[in-house]
Design a protein around this ligand. Structure first.
Ligand SMILES: N[C@@H](CCC(=O)N[C@@H](CS)C(=O)NCC(=O)O)C(=O)O
Length: 236
């Protein structure tokens, strides 16, 4: 099997941690790729171009972190990484941690979007409906007019999105602080997802969560000591 990842993706990190916790390291080839890159090797496998992506030995391409982790868990069912249907609390945590990570990822992306930065030059092709642009590139735009190129106006941060994601994150942090005595140190998908989301603090100084959530910080610091978390730590 082959796992496509980027070193700083919090989603790919979950799958990489799962590989290590499930002790599947010798069965899975790790393949570093680029994303949002028309020349990425990943596009030869997965049209979504997202990481993590798992190429299975029987020729399937799996995307979406949870689907990949469920699949991986089958190779070592003694370790129960995924919440069982009978374990409603763990399922609850899986859902909330997944939503937390999605929200933080949107927030980080928004913060990184520089103010008033012009979008990349978008080339317009002249042609009929449904025509593809050259090479493997996906359809960007079509115009009946022979404009050689077009430069879209600035792409600003959205204060509305930032505010929305900030308040979502704070609500979830409140929740985890309250239930922190129910968070143990077992490497479940929910715990790994929570740690991966909190690990984005490195990219989001605005989050400032540690002072206000000391019990969660304590849980996180201990959980982050696991070798699987240590070797997959993002550098930025
Ligand atoms: N819902 C997906 C999200 C995966 C995702 O968004 N990955 C990001 C990296 S953190 C990515 O591949 N982005 C590339 C892109 O948006 O084209 C999952 O659970 O795996």
């Amino acid at each position: 099997m082959k796992l496509f990842y980027t070193p700083n993706s919090p989603y790919a990190r979950i799958a990489r941690v799962a590989v290590l916790e499930l002790r599947l390291g010798d069965r899975i080839e790790m393949q570093k790729v680029t994303v949002r890159d028309p020349n990425s090797n990943l596009l030869n496998y997965n049209p979504t171009g997202k990481v993590p992506t798992l190429a299975t030995d029987d020729g399937f391409i799996l995307s979406e972190t949870r689907i990949i982790c469920v699949y991986l868990n089958h190779f070592n069912p003694k370790i129960k990484l995924i919440a069982d249907i009978s374990h409603a609390f763990l399922q609850q945590l899986e859902g909330i941690t997944g939503g937390f990570l999605d929200g933080i990822a949107v927030w980080v992306r928004e913060i990184r979007r520089s103010r008033n930065r012009p979008l990349a030059k978008v080339t317009f092709a002249r042609g009929g409906k449904g025509k593809r642009l050259k090479g493997k590139g996906f359809l960007l735009a079509l115009s009946p007019y022979p404009f050689p190129h077009f430069c879209k106006k600035s792409n600003e941060q959205s204060p509305g999105i930032i505010e929305l994601e900030q308040s979502r994150a704070l609500r979830v942090l409140d929740y985890f602080e309250k239930i922190s005595d129910k968070l143990d140190q077992t490497p479940k998908l929910a715990h790994i997802t929570l740690a991966s989301a909190l690990g984005l603090e490195i990219r989001l100084p605005e989050l400032q969560w540690r002072q206000n959530y000391p019990k969660l910080a304590c849980w996180y610091d201990e959980f982050s000591e696991r070798p699987s978390l240590q070797v997959t730590k993002p550098d930025s």
